[in-house]
Ligand binder design. Structure first.
Ligand code: NAD
Length: 356
């Protein structure tokens, strides 16, 4: 491990111990801890261990309930409607995806509505579950939390960072395709880290409370707040709105409108499509070869000046996992401090778990 970095297994043990001390069963703690540390390991620290202080606060406020499981509300193929009872989203999302996978394996496809889970974290984790089962997964997710993102053309926040994930299993010549990102130009938590460090963010990501462009991440934590812009202008905004309509209004009956918002509460809903590619494909035996032809052609593009070349979505996360296995996980100082504070509160000796 490089100095100042953390061994992923020890970090998992630490998060696991904190979660057990805060009311989770060992099974739940293991799932949530592994998911959060893996988010850090894939390069998405915004959805990793730094969420622990947020989750502890949500437990205190009663916005997050430990030891809940995906509860089936309706199971009429091809539809599956699941309620999360504001349980840990990492557990509810995983269980709901498992249920959808079983139905897609039996019937060829499943349309999953996941409603009322606490923060589900890195959506790619559920895409990876589909990939592991040999299935395609498409997830539209809305976030019911304080508004963070401005709609294209708007000067105030009205939407959240509503993520989208598209997962396709590996082909003979290429690894899995895993597209997984927020529809906002920057993750909210990346603003928090930059603000804590007193660093400006790049241009074109934020507007202040008057709708003027700003590089000051502190604008997201003042009252009134500024807003994050959607990625790709009206295109990212359109996708964020699609998440809100599909996952929030149509799927979960829980869109992020003022009457559903509570201070400090984060709820995720999803509308997901889990599909057996062998049964959806016109050419069941040949589609992977055709996908490889596309991927060969695109990745064979000459690199643009200053670029390392063309990558397939999902590759950066695999590279990051390899790097972390050799070098360890870097946590921002605010997260390390918060883990020590929470460890003290729940009776976990953080230094001993991380260093023994
Ligand atoms: P990001 O901007 O880092 O984009 C990640 C995606 O882009 C991945 O699919 C990655 O493989 C791909 N990618 C990156 N570089 C690439 C390159 N050079 N070539 C090709 N593809 C490339 O992600 P983000 O918007 O910061 O989101 C981070 C995470 O936050 C995601 O896992 C998302 O699910 C999660 N998230 C969750 C919530 C929630 O409420 N649960 C909300 C927002 C975001």
């Amino acid at each position: 491990m490089l100095p100042g970095r953390f061994d992923p297994q020890r970090l998992t043990a630490l998060v696991d111990a904190i979660l057990v001390r805060s009311g989770s069963t060992p099974e739940e703690a293991a799932i949530v801890a592994a998911n959060l540390v893996d988010a850090d390991a894939t390069g998405h620290a915004s959805h990793g261990v730094c969420q622990i202080p947020v989750y502890m606060r949500s437990l205190e406020l009663g916005h997050l309930q430990p030891n809940r499981h995906a509860r089936i509300l309706r199971d009429e193929a091809p539809f599956l409607v699941v309620d999360g009872d504001v349980g840990y989203g990492q557990v509810i999302g995983r269980e709901a995806t498992e249920l959808a996978i079983a139905r897609a394996q039996a019937g060829g496809a499943c349309i999953l509505t996941l409603r009322n889970a606490h923060h589900i974290g890195r959506v790619g984790a559920f895409g990876e579950q589909c990939i592991a089962a040999g299935l395609v997964g498409v997830f539209f997710v809305n976030v019911v939390s304080r508004p963070l993102a401005a709609p294209h053309g708007g000067a105030r926040p009205r939407l959240a960072t509503n993520p989208i994930c598209i997962a396709v299993p590996a082909t003979p010549r290429h690894g899995a395709f895993l597209l997984d990102f927020a529809t906002s130009a920057i993750a909210a938590n990346k603003c928090r880290v930059a603000a804590a460090r007193g660093e400006p963010v790049a241009e074109g990501l934020l507007i202040d409370e008057h709708g003027q462009p700003t590089r000051d991440p502190g604008t997201m934590f003042r009252d009134p707040t500024g807003a994050i812009l959607p990625f790709g202008g009206y295109k990212g905004y359109g996708l964020a709105l699609a998440c809100e309509i599909l996952a929030g209004a149509l799927g979960a009956a829980l869109p992020a409108v003022p009457e559903n918002l509570r201070p400090g509460r984060v709820v995720n809903n999803a509308l997901a499509f889990v599909i057996d590619p062998a049964r959806a494909a016109t050419d069941a035996d040949g589609w992977q070869g055709l996908a490889d032809a596309v991927l060969d052609y695109v990745t064979g593009t000459p690199a643009a000046p200053g670029s390392a070349g063309v990558l397939i979505p999902g590759v950066p996360e695999r590279h990051h996992r390899e790097k972390v296995a050799a070098q360890g996980i870097a946590l921002d100082p605010g997260t390390v401090q918060a883990l020590h504070r929470i460890g003290g509160e729940v009776g976990v000796d953080v230094d001993r778990v991380l260093c023994s």
